[in-house]
Design a binder for this molecule. Sequence first.
Ligand code: ADP
Ligand code: MG
Length: 230
Amino acid sequence: MSLVVLKDIRKSFKLDEEEVEILHGINLSVAKGEFLAMMGPSGSGKSTTMNLLGCLDKPSSGEYWLDGQDTASLAPEALAGIRNRKIGFVFQGFNLLPKTSALENVELPLLYAGVPQKERRERAIEALALMGLSNRLYHEPAQLSGGQQQRVAIARGIVNKAPLLMADEPTGNLDSKTSDEIMNLFVKLNREMGITIILVTHELDVAAYANRLVHFRDGRIMNDERSNQP
Ligand code: ADP
Ligand code: MG
């Protein structure tokens, strides 16, 4: 079953009083359990597509079905609720709150979701343990390395137990050894926990961890290929 279905998605932005179409009809279905990497030149529409997939923005036309629900039919509050339950996010710049412990950073999405304090703490500790950070619970971002900060951010991305994890250039600020460590964690989440992953990267060796590669060019999908790894 498809977790994500995009049907003929178009997206325009207003630039100098003029509507400019950026996405020219994107069709994409992502099945549960897939690990998909998006590649393509700068400006080709990857982040715009990610923002639509993450329900952070709405398409100008076309349909977006998320876990069997037509997102266009949902009121803003319902859409925010779906986003909290169905999607976790990881960003290039980690986006952690400064002067805030790893534990509290990871608890944040659960706070928004109204999860009681005791359960928030338990689940955050569990997610950080999964990322190998049990000994860093009370560290603040500034006291952690880049790789450790990204692991905190991934823990925050999975703590709501959402079926979909989205990451825009998650290794963009990391050296290649740390980047490999982070990618191995994504693979583990995908294989062992069945989390569907969609990530953007411009590095081929990062994309090689995925089992499907989608190439963007000028607001269109030019190529969509599955690798033969399991
Ligand atoms: P990529 O992530 O592949 O580098 P983007 O999706 O960020 O590409 O951008 C695709 C195009 O859309 C670019 O030309 C960019 O300038 C334009 N664009 C993106 N967001 C906006 C916006 N909010 N307003 C106007 N133009 C935008
Ligand atoms: Mg981008």
